[in-house]
Design a protein around this ligand. Sequence first.
Ligand code: ADP
Ligand code: MG
Length: 675
Amino acid sequence: MNAVEVEHLHYSYINDETATLILKDLSMAIKIGELVAIQGPSGSGKSTLLYLLGLLSAPTEGTIRILGQDISELNEDELAHQRNKNIGFIFQQFHLLPKASVIENILLPTQYNPDKFTKEKNLSKAREYAEFAGLGNRLHYHPNQLSGGQQQRVAVCRALMADPKIILADEPTGNLDSTSAEQILGLLQNLNRDFKKTIIIITHDNDVAKKCDRIIRIKDGSIAESTNDLSIPNPKMAARARKKQSIENSTFKSFLRAAQESFPAAIRNLGRNKTRTALTMIGISVGIAAVLAMITLGQFTKAKILSGYAELGVNTMVFYGYPNWDQKATDIVPVPFRFFDWEGELVSLKKIFPEIKRMSPILMGWDGAVNYGGRSIEQDIRIFGSSEDALLMSRRKLVLGRNFSHIEIEQKSGVCIVGYEIAARLFSDSRPIGQVLRVSQGDNSFGCRVIGVLATATSNKEYMKPNLQIYLPFTFYQALAGDWWSSQIKEVMIQVEISSDIEKVGKGIRRFFEQRYGPSGRFRVDSDSVLIAQMRRFLTLFTVLLSSIAFVTLAVGGIGITNMMLVSVSERFREIGLRKTLGATKREIRTQFLIESVIVCALAGIIGLVLGFFGYHLAIWIAVKFVNKIQFEWTVDWFALLLSLLSIFAVGILSGIFPAIKAERLQVIEALRSE
Ligand code: ADP
Ligand code: MG
C-alpha cells in the first residue's frame, strides 16, 4: 500500500462560472515512509495539489487514495476525521492561534479527536513533543512572543499531535532564516527517519529539496520530472481499497463534547472584545426586561381592573323582559308576553338550562323611607323584593341575623334584611333583630320585622346605595306594592355554574323567551360578567400589543448579536479554516458559534430579568402614587418569567444560527490563503 496515490487528477478553480484549469491529468504515487519534495514555478499548482492531498478540497476529476482509501467514498464528517487522524499540516505562515499559548496550540487537534487519549495523556504527549522541538521552556508563551522558527516548531508539534501517518508541508521554511530553516528540516528528517512518517514538502529551496529522498517537479499543472522512477500505481491493486472505518460518533454525544470544549473558548472570545460584547448585550437585556415587564404589568393591570368589576361575580347576570309596546298589529304572536311568571316559567327554566345555579326575581322601589321608634331616614332607601338566592348571588354578607328561608318566601312573610347604615342610624341603642320597621314608598306604608343586617359594601354603581338597601321576600313585596305595575316581575337575577359560559346561557335564555313570545316581548341580558368578558378580551389584546412591542425590541437585540457574530466569523476566518484543517467537523464549528451566541444571550438575559423585575415594580410603585385605590405589592408572574426564559434561549439559538452556518460553510482553502 502507498501513502498517497493520485490518478489522472484534474482540478479547476471555479470563480463566477469561469473555470480555471490548474491541475491537468496528474498521476503519481508516494510510498509510506518516503520524504518527498515538490518543486515548481510559482503558480504551477503545488499548493493546490497539497490541499487536495490534505482532503481540504475535492478533485474535479480523477482519483486520490490516501493510505488505500478512495477519498471520493467519504462524506464530509469522515473527511474531517481522516484529516484529523492521518494528516498533519505545516504551513508557510505557521497558522497558529494568536491568542492561545504554545501548549494550547499544540493541543488543538485533540479537541477534534477526544476519545483517543485522556486529557492527561494528551498533555504529557504535547509536553514531550515540545521538549523534542526545543520548546520545553516556552509552553505558556503566546505566538507573538516567539521567533518565526519557534512558531514553526510549534506548528510541527501540532501536526504530530494526532499521530498522523502523513505530514504535508507547504513551504515550511519559506518565512524563516537559514538557521531556523535548517532546524525545521532537521526535525522533519528526524520524523521521517525515526518515526517512519511520510512527509511531502513543497519548497523553493534547493538545499531543502536535495535532502529529500526524491524531488517531484510540477510545471503547468502536470508532473514535469521526478528524480526517481515514478511508480505509477497498479490500478488493480489500488482498487482493493481498504474498507472505510466507521466513525462511532453519536450526534448528542458529539454535541455535548463540542459544547464542553467550546464553552471556555467562547467565554475567552467574548471577553476579548469586552466593549463590543457589552454593547451587544444591552440590546438583549433591554428586550428581555421589556418582555418580562410588559407581560407582568399587563397581567397585573388586568387582575386589578377586573377585580374592581367582579362585584356580582363573574357568573351572574340580570335578565330583563318587558311587553313590546311597539308591537305591530300584523305581527304573528304565539302567546302574548305580559311579565315573567315565577312559578309558571322561571322556576322551570332550571330544567331547560341545567347550567343555572341560582335565580331570584328582582323587584325594586327607588325612593323609600323607613322609620322606627321616632327615628327615620326619609329618602334614598332602595327597597328590593327578592328570593333567598339574591344575597348569595350578589355576595352580600350579613353582620347580624340570617337570610330569608324558603318558607318565608312562599308565605309572603313580613320580614326584612336591612343595610348597615339603616341599622346603625335607627337602632343605635337597641338590638336590630326582631324589631319591626315601618317602610313607606309613595303613599304605601307597611311594617316588617328585621331578621338580618348587611355588612357595608361599596359598589361601582353608587346610586344603588348599597348601605341603604332593604330586602323583602319578593312575594311580600308583590302583595304590598301599591300598584299593578310595581308588582310585576321584569328582572331576574341568574347565576350559572362557574364552569359554564355565561354569555352562551344568557343568549340561550333570551332565544327561549323570544321563541315562546315572538315579537310581543322585549328581552335583554345585562351582565357585569359580559362586560368583564369584553374587558378581559380588551385587556388581553392590550397585553398582547405591549408584549409584541417588547418582542420586537428583543428581536432587534437578537439582530445585534447576529451582527456581532458575523463580524466575529469574518475576524476569525483563518482560525475557522485552521480548525477545519485540523479535523473539526461542520457540526463542531457550528456548535462553537451557537454556544457563543447562547452565552451572550444568557448573560444579557439574566441582567434583563433583573432589570425587568425592578423596572415593573418601579412602575407599579409609581402607579400606586397616582391611583389610590390600588396598593403596592411584590408580583411575580410565572408565565411572564417562563416566556422570558424561553425567549432568551430562542434568541440565543436563532441569532447564532446564521453566523454559525456562515462559519461552517467557510471555504478552508480561502481561509488558509488569506493573509
Ligand atoms: P503554487 O502553490 O504552485 O504557487 P497555487 O496552487 O497556489 O500555486 O496556485 C495555482 C494557480 O491557481 C495559480 O495560478 C493561482 O492564481 C490559481 N488560484 C489559486 N487560488 C485560486 C482561486 N481561489 N481561484 C482561482 N484561481 C486560483
Ligand atoms: Mg503555494
